[in-house]
Design a protein around this ligand. Structure first.
Ligand code: DP6
Length: 360
């Protein structure tokens, strides 16, 4: 499909007032998206686990405007309180998606949103937040075209979510999502995420993700600024190849349930992401001493116990500890005994792989 497939067919009828509610989950990338071209086109393919507990729920109440203002008309409430911080991101999002939803300026939108995870946790809300908002505005379009099929609905929701935040396009469905055109992934596209179309071994069902909150403050580099630093990065091209190779190698690993191979690739991706930040100009050090402390403990424990837990990182200091459900007891005990001490105020979030967004 191309961009043109996401233009609506005709524009004479507009939905009356109404409301739409969607819950969209966060996701954790195994193969990282880091680097993009305009507009929100990734420079390599990425792969993620959809999460279950960390999510955003958004309600959009829409009402036709008596008179159009020439701009988008919306107000935003986060946890029931008016919020200005996210307005610019939403304004940019609406500007980018207007050509695909030309009715947006005809309405006033009241956007009410809340996350299951605290704002100060350092967990980015942009993936789940943009995915939930994209689903709500798709619900408006569906009012116009009730015959719209499910597959188009989710594809366009992912397409729109990508224009809000790249990783958001992987937060519509589950359990394993792929985004970015890749020669060995059938149906893959730079324009939207797709459910990973190949066999995934049962060992990955209910895979656990314990998120250790090492540093809860806001990141000092936005991911958009980080992506932009890949433009003149001396290692960029090799990095994009590496990510695509890692995604290719994961195919067999996911199919056969080869956990050793999984650990090797997932950790390699996390460290390569941070290596890109460490070697960009200007550089960023987002890991904290406690991030490294946790990584060392995980390596040592894996060796000692014969378990297959591993870590991954986002563009921040927090550590996602990934492990199969059958190791839950022993790994969780280890987390309690050795890792919680590295967390800010001892805080962590227990999550696991999930199935995707749900209508409210
Ligand atoms: C490190 O999707 O937040 O989490 O498209 O600029 O909104 P924008 O970036 P964003 O970048 C996510 C980067 C990452 C890796 C990943 O999720 O693949």
């Amino acid at each position: 499909m191309t961009e043109k497939d996401f233009f609506p067919a005709f524009l004479e009828k507009y939905p009356a007032s109404g409301e739409a509610t969607w819950m969209a989950p966060s996701n954790i990338a195994l193969v990282k998206y880091w680097g993009k071209k305009p507009e929100q086109i990734p420079t390599n393919a990425s792969l993620s686990f959809t999460l279950h507990a960390c999510s955003t729920t958004t309600t959009v109440l829409y009402e036709p405007l008596a008179e159009e203002t020439g701009d988008f008309s919306f107000n935003l409430l986060v946890d029931g309180k008016p919020n200005k911080d996210f307005r610019p991101k939403i304004q940019t999002f609406f500007t980018r998606i207007e050509r695909y939803l030309p009715f947006l300026k005809k309405y006033h939108l009241r956007i009410e949103t809340s996350n299951t995870f605290p704002h100060s946790s350092g967990i980015a809300s942009s993936a789940s937040g943009m995915a939930a908002l994209a689903l709500c505005v798709m619900e408006m379009e569906k009012e116009l075209y009730p015959e719209m099929n499910e597959s188009y609905f989710v594809k366009k929701a992912s397409f729109l979510a990508r224009l809000g935040s790249g990783s958001a396009c992987r937060s519509i469905e589950g359990e394993v999502m792929e985004w970015g055109s890749h020669p060995s992934v059938e149906g893959s596209s730079d324009l939207y995420g797709i459910p990973y179309p190949y066999k995934v071994h049962n060992i990955f069902k209910h895979y656990q993700d314990t998120i250790l909150l090492v540093h809860k403050g806001r990141k000092h580099v936005s991911s958009t600024a980080g992506h932009n630093l890949m433009r003149n990065h001396p290692f960029a091209l090799r990095r994009f190849e590496q990510a695509n190779d890692n995604l290719q190698r994961l195919k067999g690993i996911l199919e056969t349930g080869d956990l050793q191979g999984f650990v090797q690739i997932v950790e390699n991706e996390a460290l390569s992401l941070h290596a890109m930040m460490l070697t960009s100009d200007p550089y960023f050090i987002l890991m904290k001493p406690n991030t490294l402390g946790i990584i060392e403990r995980i390596r040592a424990f894996r060796k000692k116990s014969g378990t297959q837990l591993c870590f991954t990182l986002d563009a921040g200091a927090n550590v996602h500890v990934l492990y199969p459900e059958n190791e839950k007891e022993i790994v969780f005990q280890f987390i309690q005994d050795e890792l919680v001490a590295f967390c800010e105020k001892g805080q962590y979030i227990c999550d696991q792989i999930g199935v995707g967004a749900k209508k409210g």
